[in-house]
Design a protein around this ligand. Structure first.
Ligand SMILES: N[C@@H](CCC(=O)N[C@@H](CS)C(=O)NCC(=O)O)C(=O)O
Length: 365
């Protein structure tokens, strides 16, 4: 579609850069990855797309883009040939739910498993200090200390993870591995024999955290070899070789994941909505028995819930009629619509993927 590669600004250990990189590889979209240099590229990205976050994409025609979810949807609309997003309404909605859950809820255990342990924090802070802060005239130890402190205060201890709930945060990961090990012992990809957006969604946490960072990788190796094999299979999958089929029984096969989305992720999103509505910066919430005290509010995640609702509303009447009973049975329907209205600015994030109004979580606020 372009005669030159797109430029992917980010980091080669970043969650969302990894998600987009996996997508480009599977879809065979030529790209070059450029490590964002602090502070220069962060300012440049903020000017171009409204927020300083990674990845940011520069198209060969000079346009800039942000937000992996909307970037992928944009590319899927432009490209021809077999899509990664199924046409079947149930499978399509399943993909959107899993992608959102992976982006916004698995972020929590991924950040914890990277930054909590000295081993993980040592690896990642050293890598990021060298990759992103190379041109800053500061001693390496100071850069590493700054990075560790920023990430912990932004995303782990500063986002409601404490000694009292850390085992439950780790349990999010081990339960996910148990669910996926069963699935990938039976099929190659989440929806069957070919990759879909659901696999790409899960590749953010897996490719760049769980199958890379020392602590979660060891757990993955020991307890979920079929999941480890899927990580490599997805990285190696190429669009022209999508010969297999998506299977209609995927909805049943993935029901344990759906039940976590309904019981854990959506209640978290609703608590975040109420905190934003009340104008708070922090909120307390109990999910699956884990009490998170002082979690950061996210205006972006209000938009995520809005997006899940809009995707349903934009489906045809027939599609909605087939989706609703399924969502009710999966325990998704009630929490999806629980909040009567969503506290969003007018047109908030409506210009994605070309311009963003909000960041997922602003680590330094
Ligand atoms: N919704 C965005 C999220 C991007 C995001 O939050 N990326 C992280 C790094 S993986 C980031 O840049 N965070 C900004 C920060 O830490 O200040 C996407 O899908 O691309």
């Amino acid at each position: 579609m372009f005669n030159k590669p797109v430029t992917l600004y980010g980091s080669n250990i970043s969650y969302f850069t990894g998600k987009l990189e996996n997508y480009f590889r599977v879809r065979e979209i030529p790209y070059q990855l450029k490590s964002m240099q602090a502070p220069r590229d962060f300012k440049r990205v903020e000017q171009a797309v409204g927020v300083s976050q990674m990845p940011a994409l520069e198209l060969p025609d000079g346009r800039w883009m942000t937000d992996s979810t909307k970037i992928i949807q944009w590319f899927e609309q432009q490209l021809t040939g077999p899509s990664l997003i199924p046409e079947d309404p149930q499978l399509r909605y399943l993909c959107l739910l899993i992608e959102d859950y992976a982006d916004e809820w698995l972020w929590r255990p991924a950040m914890h498993l990277r930054w909590h342990s000295d081993e993980g924090a040592h690896f990642a802070s050293r890598h990021l200090a060298e990759e992103l802060m190379g041109s800053m005239p500061l001693p390496g130890t100071l850069k590493r200390w700054m990075m560790r402190r920023r990430q912990r205060s932004g995303y782990t201890t500063g986002d409601g993870i404490t000694a009292a709930n850390r085992e439950q945060v780790e349990r999010i990961y081990s339960r996910l591995l148990e669910q996926l090990e069963t699935i990938f012992s039976q099929r190659d990809f989440l929806l069957g024999d070919r990759p879909s957006l659901a696999d790409i969604g899960l590749s953010g946490p897996f490719f760049r955290h769980f199958a890379l960072d020392p602590v979660p990788l060891e757990i993955l190796r020991q307890t979920a070899p079929a999941v480890l094999a899927w990580v490599a299979r997805l990285w190696n999958a190429r669009h022209p070789s999508f010969s297999g089929e998506w299977r209609a029984d995927s909805v049943e096969v993935l029901s344990p994941l759906l039940s976590d989305i309904g019981n854990h992720y959506l209640p978290y999103l609703n608590a975040n909505v109420e905190a934003v509505r009340a104008g708070r910066k922090r909120f307390d919430v109990t999910i699956d028995g884990a009490h998170y005290k002082g979690a950061r509010v996210s205006r972006y995640r209000v938009w995520c819930l809005h997006e899940l609702r809009s995707q349903f509303e934009q489906a045809s009447e027939t599609a909605q009629a087939s989706l609703r009973p399924w969502l009710e049975q999966a325990g998704i329907w009630q929490p999806l619509w629980q909040c009567s209205d969503l506290p969003m600015a007018i047109e908030q994030d409506a210009d994605l993927p070309f311009r963003a109004d909000t960041k997922m979580i602003a680590a330094n606020e």
